[in-house]
Design a protein around this ligand. Structure first.
Ligand code: ADP
Ligand code: MG
Length: 371
């Protein structure tokens, strides 16, 4: 199991200096609204790929009035030290990554840490538009396949070039072919990553205990993803995307954007107990479904022997559950075995953990005391 045994933040949002010494049990952060609990989870999320839990830019996370960039340093239970930070020396803003004091890469970090999270901002994912669900699902894919984010960026970049080319009017077909070729290559990889993780998640959902957090049946609404699920080769998917793009040039030119491709795919979730689309479920059912999904994602990471067990960040999840559900959630987190980080405004919310978890009070002045 991978756990953080120390976490230090400097100039990270509200925290000028926060130093938490921990053991490998789950961590319950409690404290008043605005104390900086979500900020701590966001800091941990910086140890993974992508922009983290609030999808903020690097400079936005710097504490107001700080004269240097932020850092997040963590010690793992095997004593390795990892650190990420905002390096504002030189031009622009760069994420700096260190491993045991030496410069390291995002992929070094990905070998040591995997993270999943659930925040109140995700509560609307089943009611919102396809783009919100796609982002949510891509985040799960990234937790399992860290390179997914850069594949998606490559696709988006090529798509922006294609849109700009079409906008210019007379289109050089060879030029369009080349750009669409790059979109197709990245898009096929994107779709096959998604298809793979969809199947991984569904298997983990099916293996979860029945109980308070209902199971969902997942599918992807997207031609390329469907082809990948049906077993098409990467080359075939790539050809199909390229062909669709070439055919759609005039249509897309008129629309001013690219109307087909994996950037339009949607995650479909059916609430299994009722058989109804998740979007039609009650708010409470949606939340429970979402918790079940994240637990399944964590379980899949935990059981996949190829990487570290996940850190599971659950922001304000306990407060919306009754006693029995809280207790079921904690039991399942213990069973999954990754280090969970939970937040809540009151310490009693975590009672059912007993001594299976540690509590840390977060105070607005960035002083933390372990109880
Ligand atoms: N860049 C920043 N610099 C200083 N304070 C910040 C920054 N960003 C957010 N905050 C402060 O962090 C606080 C919210 O912290 P948060 O972690 O969301 O609280 P909670 O404990 O309720 O989860 C707010 O008071 C906000 O003003
Ligand atoms: Mg919060």
């Amino acid at each position: 199991m991978t756990a953080l045994t120390r976490l230090r933040l400097t100039n990270f949002r509200s925290h000028a200096n926060l130093d938490l010494k921990l053991d490998s049990r789950p961590v319950c952060l409690w404290g008043a609204n605005g104390a900086g609990k979500t900020n701590v989870l966001e800091a941990i999320s910086q140890l993974g790929p992508g922009r983290g839990l609030r999808a903020a830019s690097l400079p936005d996370m710097t504490r107001h009035d700080a004269d240097t960039g932020w850092t997040v340093s963590a010690t793992l239970d095997d004593d390795q030290k990892i650190g990420v930070g905002l390096d504002s020396s030189g031009h622009g803003h760069k994420r700096s990554i260190r491993l045991d004091g030496a410069p390291a890469t995002a992929s070094d970090l990905a070998d040591l840490i995997r993270i999943v999270w659930l925040t109140p901002a995700m509560d609307s994912v089943f009611r919102g538009g396809a783009s919100e669900r796609r982002r949510f699902f891509d985040r799960q894919v990234m937790a399992h396949i860290p390179s997914h984010g850069s594949v998606a960026s490559r696709y988006e970049k090529a798509m922006r070039e294609r849109n700009a080319l079409l906008e210019r009017g007379r289109v050089d077909p060879a030029w369009a072919d080349a750009i669409e070729g790059r979109m197709a290559e990245a898009g096929a990889l994107m779709a096959s990553n998604r298809a793979r993780i969809l199947m991984t998640l569904q298997a983990a959902i099916n293996a979860r205990p029945d109980g308070f957090f209902p199971k969902g049946d997942l599918s992807l609404d997207g031609t390329a993803e469907q082809a990948a699920i049906d077993g098409a080769s990467l080359f075939d998917i790539q050809d199909q995307i390229a062909e669709d793009l070439a055919k759609g040039r005039y249509r897309d030119q008129a629309a001013g954007r690219t109307l087909s491709g994996p950037h339009r795919s949607d995650l479909i979730v059916i609430h299994r107990p009722t058989g109804a689309p998740a979007g039609e479920a009650s708010t409470g059912q949606q939340k429970a479904l979402l918790i079940g999904l994240i637990l399944a994602s964590a379980r899949a990471l935990s059981e996949d022997g190829d990487g570290p067990s996940p850190l599971i960040l659950l922001d304000e999840a306990a407060a919306h559950l009754d006693r029995d559900r809280r207790s079921a959630l904690f039991d399942e987190l213990i069973e999954i075995g990754g280090q969970a980080w939970l937040t809540g405004t009151e310490e009693f919310l975590f009672e059912a953990f007993g001594d299976r978890a540690q509590r840390v009070e977060i105070k607005a002045d960035a002083d933390a005391a372990t109880a």
